[in-house]
Design a protein around this ligand. Structure first.
Ligand code: SAM
Ligand code: SF4
Length: 353
């Protein structure tokens, strides 16, 4: 909707012409329709590109309760968010997480929300797959960087490959559509990309490759050592597969091709080699109620304070609207030899993938 069609009502609420809450439009006329929520910063894995082994996690007192997360997410839905993705840390290790997922499922039933989904490492899927389907979840992103159990143990440090495979089987049996997220890692899984494409093709999984992003200190290794540009990965894939450009969109930042030989789709998330900011419809909420308007910038808004300051949502909604006026045009990630530290101090597990 055009900004001119919005006006401020007598209650201070920004209303649309139809009288409901006006949608969130940022200064670059991008409508904010997608919220990613990191429901916990904790995880049962310690992936080498994501966390250091001895991570310090937030004190529990700083983390929003599930009831507060429900209130916050529901406020965004009122403001026109159509897609919610729960992530983390590992979302399915948060205690009673199914309570939140079931609560949020009510917005699917009313039609206010189009999609409720999760990004998960798959370790808890065997336990939760059926309940997720019952709550209205239809698709999942599952992160798997390798099909070699030994490498899997090395990358995730604490992960159990078989448990994740059991989780995937349970998710499939429950009828969930699966997309595999795979971080491209030089010298680690660069010899496996053909296998991954074939494996996903056989199972009907979409596959998305992600470039390593320079977020958070990860201990000894540097991102420069891990970074494998997807332009190179794609060139490798083209040696064996026919990749046809398609106009497929999931609301996320990936650009997709179809693999002629398998009929499967491959997405490329290339924040470093290709800037995808111009069509960004997303904002990210942490489990402490901090809203990041861009994954690659430090600017953020505290929503916990207005959330807790009153029982109705007026202050909260005003704070959300103010934050959206600060959504930047784009990020400035860069990995190069001059800057060896992370471009953004927080870890990916704070804002989720
Ligand atoms: N634990 C869940 C998982 O692994 O799917 C959800 C959270 S995880 C932070 C979300 C996604 O971010 C995963 O696909 C993970 O591989 C990816 N990721 C983590 N750190 C990253 C980094 N520095 N660069 C690129 N992707 C990263
Ligand atoms: Fe945990 Fe996901 Fe980060 Fe791996 S990528 S450490 S599974 S949050």
């Amino acid at each position: 909707m055009d900004k001119l069609e919005q006006s401020v009502g007598s209650s201070g609420m920004v209303v649309s012409e139809s009288g409901g809450e006006a949608p969130l439009i940022d200064p670059f006329q991008r409508a904010i329709s997608y919220l990613r929520v990191s429901v916990t910063d904790r995880c049962d894995f310690r992936c080498v590109y994501c966390m250091s082994e001895d991570m310090t996690f937030l004190p529990k007192a700083e983390v929003l309760s599930l009831e507060e997360l429900d209130r916050l997410c529901s406020a965004f839905v009122r403001l026109g968010v159509k897609k919610l993705r729960l992530t983390g840390g590992e979302p399915l290790v948060r205690r009673n997480i199914m309570w939140l997922i079931e609560r949020l499922g009510r917005h699917l039933k009313t039609g206010e929300l189009n999609e409720l989904t999760l990004t998960t490492n798959g370790s808890q899927l065997a336990r939760y797959a059926d309940e997720l389907v019952a709550a209205g979840v239809k698709r999942l992103n599952v992160s798997i960087d390798t099909l070699d159990p030994h490498k899997f143990a090395a990358i995730t440090r604490w992960g159990k490959f078989d448990k994740v495979m059991d989780g995937l089987a349970a998710a499939e049996a429950a009828g969930l559509k699966i997309k595999i997220n795979c971080v491209a890692l030089k010298g680690v899984n660069d010899d496996e990309v053909h296998n991954l494409v074939a494996w996903c093709g056989e199972r009907g999984y979409d596959l998305t490759f992600i470039e390593v992003m320079p977020m958070g200190d990860i201990g000894g290794e540097t991102r420069l050592e891990q970074y494998w540009p997807l332009s190179m990965l794609r060139a490798e894939l083209q040696k064996r597969w026919t990749l046809n450009e398609i106009d497929y969109k999931t609301g996320g930042p990936a650009r997709y091709v179809e693999v002629k030989e398998t009929g499967g789709r491959i997405g490329f998330i290339t924040p470093l080699t290709h800037n995808f900011c111009e069509s960004c419809n997303r904002v990210r909420l942490t489990c402490t109620g901090t809203l990041y308007m861009c994954l690659g910038q430090e600017d953020a808004a505290d929503l916990r304070q207005p959330l807790r300051a009153s029982d109705d949502d007026q202050l909260l909604i005003a704070a959300i609207r103010e934050a959206i006026t600060r959504k930047p045009k784009g990020h400035d990630f860069i990995i190069d030899r001059r800057r060896r530290g992370p471009a953004v101090g927080r870890h990916m597990s704070v804002t989720g993938g």
